[in-house]
Design a protein around this ligand. Structure first.
Ligand code: ACO
Length: 325
């Protein structure tokens, strides 16, 4: 039976010019390169300059994805931006990306699921495309998490970075087989009871300020491995695939230890794991499209490959999506 699938047409990313090493941070707070590398795998992160807002990063990543797809921005009829660091409380960053690209038709909106934002955005775009409600979607993950950090708090400020990545997804008719290209399944979950473990202590409706990121890292770590392995397993079950069928595992890049523990538990070979956390740190909703783009650019991810993305973030929110590239 013929059905619509969301097929990847292009991928792109953008990183701010300025990099900050662990040694740079050790000059500001009581930490060390050794501690950060050992506990997280992070060696450096990119930090946005004041003129590099989330929409500025998002527009550059989106342009790269459109160029990769070889399509005109005017043919996009859906823009979703996953972010927790919008330029302004409103209008949405997605509308500013839309305007920056000269798109005047279709819909644009932000999606907020913190580090799971990109998986949520792919799942949402997929529903629009698979039902015929849109034909070409730009799915952007863009963040300036550096603006949310308490630079005196060594337990959080060493973990995050800024950046943006984007995918162009297009509705294409197929047979609906696992061998056909496109998003094969997405699995989304959330549980708001975990708010206190990872949150920002401000907002327009409470303090009237932006607030700073607060995290009980150990608690997040404890929850992360079990929850992401559950949603990845459910994606395999939903599509009749297994870890052996997978070509690439592209997880949210928060911590190398979480990523490797999850891959091991799922039986995914280490050489199939795409890692960028060493160079980018945790860029929240931008981390997966940044990693996807890195692996496309260096020739690892190729057309027809089976690619699993997964993430967990504040809320908690978490999810996975399996994509035939
Ligand atoms: N440098 C040096 N020492 C430090 C630092 C630092 N930057 N940060 C903490 N420490 C110290 C602590 O104070 C503690 O010292 P103590 O034993 O004297 O009290 C010690 O190091 C150990 O701290 P832990 O918090 O127990 O370290 P842990 O091994 O758990 O690693 C980390 C911390 C890296 C944050 C880890 O818990 C983690 O990665 N958690 C998950 C984070 C995550 O995945 N987030 C994803 C979602 S993010 C989002 O949605 C926005």
């Amino acid at each position: 039976m013929t059905r619509l699938r969301s097929v990847v047409r292009g991928c792109g990313s953008y990183l701010p010019r300025t990099t900050v090493t662990n040694d740079d941070l050790a000059a500001r707070v009581d930490t060390s390169d050794d501690w950060i590398v050992q506990r997280t795998g992070i060696r450096q992160r990119h930090i946005a300059q004041p003129d590099e807002t989330t929409s500025v990063l998002g527009i550059k990543a989106a342009r790269a994805a459109l160029e990769d797809a070889g399509i005109d921005a005017a043919s996009i009829d859906l823009v979703i931006c996953a972010t927790s660091t919008p330029d302004h409380t409103f209008p949405s960053t997605a509308t500013q990306i839309q305007a920056g690209l000269g798109i005047q038709t279709g819909a644009a909106f932000d999606l907020q699921a913190v580090c799971a934002g990109f998986v949520y955005a792919v799942a949402t775009a997929d529903k629009f495309l698979a039902t015929g409600a849109a034909t070409r979607a730009l799915v952007v993950g863009a963040e300036t998490f550096s603006r949310l950090l308490d630079w005196e708090d060594r337990t959080t400020c060493v973990l995050f970075g800024d950046g943006a990545g984007a995918l162009v997804l297009e509705a294409q008719a197929g047979e609906g087989l696992a061998s056909d290209r496109g998003v094969l399944t997405s699995q989304l979950r959330s549980d708001g009871r975990h708010r206190e473990k990872l949150y920002v202590d401000g907002g327009p409706g409470s303090t009237g300020t932006t607030g700073k990121l607060r995290m009980v890292g150990k608690e997040v770590f404890r929850f992360a491995v079990g929850s992401v392995t559950d949603v990845v397993t459910q994606a395999f079950e939903a599509t009749g695939t297994t870890a052996d069928d997978l070509d690439w595992f592209v997880p949210h890049q928060a911590n190398r230890r979480i990523i490797e523990a999850s891959a091991d538990k799922l039986g995914i070979a280490r050489e199939k794991v795409v890692l960028t956390v060493d160079r980018h740190g945790n860029t929240s909703a931008a981390s997966i499209p940044l990693a996807l783009d890195a692996a496309c650019r260096d020739g690892r991810i190729k057309r027809g490959d089976l690619v699993m993305i997964e993430a967990i973030g504040g809320g908690f929110t978490w999810g996975s999506a399996l994509i035939r590239w």
